[in-house]
Write a new protein. Structure first.
Length: 712
């Protein structure tokens, strides 16, 4: 064998190993993988609604296949219809200004204005409350079945029996069948891959008996912190009118204060449209079969809607392609009792993140299902929603939301300037306008800042092309400029510190917190990465940044354990420091190990947290964060155990949603974090020396994976 032949064989073998494929026999049957994890519903269950969507639009249905009984689900996983463009603001009749929500704080010998929730009653408080709640996301409207019995009375959920509903992951279809007072009904529901549009086909003898129609109902927004965004008590505050109509279609125009949008419907066969009451229209078809498409747009429709079959084809093509490409993990050969559940969570999370968190803006924590934090999105959660796309070899879905940062740049620049820093300071809680929502916590967070650099680096690693660097480099450099400016030099100890922050572990106070460990490590990683980007552009390294990198404070430890921050010397007696996110573990896991810490001390910290943390006071993404830390620290059994820990906030519902509590029945950062964790547990990270380093080598985890990318 020649040297070149041997070299070629070794290279092929290394590539096969990196993709988790030992030989052709191990290639994953991706359709079988999807089919065995299709969620199936057999009853009305407020936590078991199912959704279709495309990243910019999602439509969630009950057991009938449409939004027939929203009142059953509004305290569970609500029946939302939401789009990335669908926002509303109440009229600013008092002419509030954003600067009225500012309050000065002195953390480093100078006044820094922060946008906060003002506690003292008066105009400032009213202004901060207004900008916190506005803009808020809209529920665009309910599309449901109008069901009546022979006497014309409304059918109730208990009148519907023999429910068999299945979400076909492979095609993106929801197929529903059931009996209404002994008469069969079947419904097929899908969403377009490109448009804010659903397609529906209904078959039943009830249609010809005029006992089954389609209703369109429209609420006014509530403007509340967390709910289904549906106020049914204010019909006079908005308008729904027929904008256009012909024998096969109609368009409704919606007007809510200054917000205007359109709902267009095209159907087959004969049907009659009537307004039952304000904001409530019923389409009554003829025959035994009926299909229609319904599109939501922010502008009057200018072209044909197409047919239901064309929408089904669009959905099928998109989802077939989605599952065939990108990463995949097959646990069918694993004998650990937990493997089947882990595979289910992984498959459903991939689907949910693609329809809920892959749009043109960073997503809200409850996606396009219902409103949380007024429908706004949180930039510190963007990594948890979207970083996994790159690790699963779907970087294009991550890139969709990265373009928004360029639009947000001017306001991020203003925030940094008004506080006396260089570069740009990314806001925490915001909306498409990029205006900063007042917050007593969020405005003091800093760990959203490095996310842009991390995610840009993941995109580059998927496609190491100079064009990628040219596209994102300006914002990478401006982001790093703020980070360098924000680090304060401690002359007495010849080091750089981070202060005046609320850490990722939000129980810490901004006035006291110094050098939270995750943030310190993230500063080191992101500034170092920004320097690499300078070199990729053919530029010299920034010497000031190198100085900060070299002199960043080491993580503070006591009694062999790393502390939540330098002020937390009573860490293990004060519940504040053992509740909320165990973010100290983020310093190794999400991030590679840096010179700021010792792995043996972090492993001791991991084990202490495992045994002593207040796990009932955690969030869904804490478990994958612990898993990633455990994997890097050589504790694969704890990595798996963290992902499947039996805790309320680590619950995954029948539909795949990560349940937190009765307020947050949907929490997508948990789903996204879990996908990031299992990708790195399979594909490893830079410098990892074994395959599937995050899974125990006990013979129970025979895993086949392909198409995943290692973490930095």
């Amino acid at each position: 064998m020649t040297y070149n032949t041997l070299k070629k064989k070794l290279l092929v073998g290394a590539l096969a190993l990196s993709f988790g494929i030992v030989n052709a026999q191990n290639k994953i049957d991706r359709k079988a993988l999807a089919d065995r994890n299709n969620p199936q519903v057999t009853k009305f269950d407020r936590h078991a609604s199912l959704s279709v969507g495309n990243g910019n639009f999602a439509y969630t249905v009950d057991a009938t296949g449409l939004q027939t009984f929203p009142e059953v689900y509004n305290t569970g996983v609500p029946l939302g219809t939401q789009s990335q463009w669908g926002w509303h603001s109440y009229p600013n009749v008092e002419n509030y200004k954003h600067e009225e929500a500012l309050k000065n704080y002195n953390f480093r010998g100078k006044e820094e204005p922060y946008s906060v929730q003002i506690k003292e009653p008066g105009r400032q408080q009213d202004a901060s409350n207004y900008f916190r709640a506005n803009a808020h996301r809209l529920h665009l409207g309910y599309v449901g079945l109008e069901l009546t019995n022979k006497n014309g009375s409304a059918i109730k959920p208990e009148d519907i029996t023999n429910i068999h509903q299945k979400l076909e992951l492979w095609n993106g279809f929801i197929n529903s069948s059931y009996m209404v007072e002994g008469t069969p009904v079947t419904v097929k529901t899908a969403a377009s891959a490109q448009k804010d549009q659903i397609a529906v086909s209904v078959k039943s003898a009830l249609i010809s008996k005029k006992q089954l129609g389609i209703n369109f109902r429209f609420p006014y927004p509530t403007g509340k912190h967390t709910d289904d965004a549906s106020d049914w008590t204010s019909p006079g505050k908005h308008k729904t009118e027929i904008f256009s109509q012909d024998s096969q279609s109609f368009t409704l125009k919606r007007t809510l204060d200054t917000t205007v949008y359109y709902v267009s419907v095209k159907y087959t066969g004969k049907a009659t449209l009537k307004e039952k009451e304000p904001h409530y229209f019923v389409l009554t078809p003829s025959g035994r079969e009926f299909s229609f498409v319904c599109e939501f747009t922010d502008k009057a429709p200018a072209k044909s809607l197409g047919t239901a079959q064309e929408t089904y084809n669009s959905s099928q093509t998109y989802w077939n392609d989605f599952w065939k490409k990108g990463g995949a993990i097959d646990f069918s050969k694993a004998t650990d009792a937990r493997a089947k559940e882990l595979e289910r969570r992984i498959m459903l999370s991939q689907y949910l993140m693609a329809i809920q968190s892959a749009g043109m803006y960073p997503p809200q924590e409850t996606g396009l299902t219902y409103n949380s934090w007024f429908g706004k999105f949180h930039l510190e959660m963007h990594w948890w929603h979207a970083a996994h796309f790159a690790l699963w070899n779907r970087a294009d879905l991550l890139e969709r939301s990265m373009d928004w940062y360029a639009k947000a740049y001017p306001i991020a620049k203003q925030i940094a300037e008004r506080q006396g820093f260089k570069g740009i300071r990314w806001m925490k809680m915001t909306d498409p306008s990029a205006e900063e929502a007042p917050s007593g916590v969020g405005s003091f967070l800093i760990w959203q800042q490095p996310h842009f650099i991390y995610m840009a680096e993941l995109i580059y690693r998927n496609n190491p092309d100079k064009k990628v660097v040219e596209k994102y480099n300006f914002l990478v450099q401006q982001t790093a400029e703020f980070m360098a400016s924000f680090a304060d030099y401690d002359k007495a100890k010849d080091r750089y510190i981070l202060q005046g922050v609320i850490a990722a572990q939000e129980t810490l106070r901004a006035s006291e917190t110094v050098n939270p460990p995750f943030e310190l490590s993230y500063w080191h990683f992101a500034l170092s990465t920004a320097q690499k980007w300078r070199e990729r552009m053919g530029e010299k390294r920034n010497p000031e940044w190198d100085k900060i990198i070299a002199k960043l404070s080491s993580l503070k430890e006591k009694d062999g354990l790393y502390l939540a921050s330098e002020d937390a010397l009573n860490t293990y007696t004060d519940v504040r420091f053992t509740s909320d996110h165990p973010a100290v573990l983020g310093a190794v896991g999400i991030l590679p190990q840096t010179k700021l810490l010792k792995p043996e001390t972090m492993k001791t910290t991991l084990n202490w947290i495992w045994d002593n943390w207040n796990w009932d006071e955690t969030w869904g993404w804490d478990y994958p964060m612990v898993a990633m830390s455990a994997a890097r620290l050589g504790e694969p059994e704890k990595a798996v155990g963290a992902l499947l820990m039996d805790k309320r906030t680590n619950t995954y519902l029948l539909n795949g949603h990560n349940y937190q509590d009765e307020r947050l029945r949907v929490y997508l950062p948990g789903n996204g974090g879990m996908l990031a964790a299992v990708a790195m547990m399979c594909a490893g990270w830079d410098g990892a020396t074994t395959t599937t380093p995050g899974f125990p080598k006990n013979g129970k985890w025979d895993i086949v994976w392909e198409g995943l990318k290692p973490m930095p």
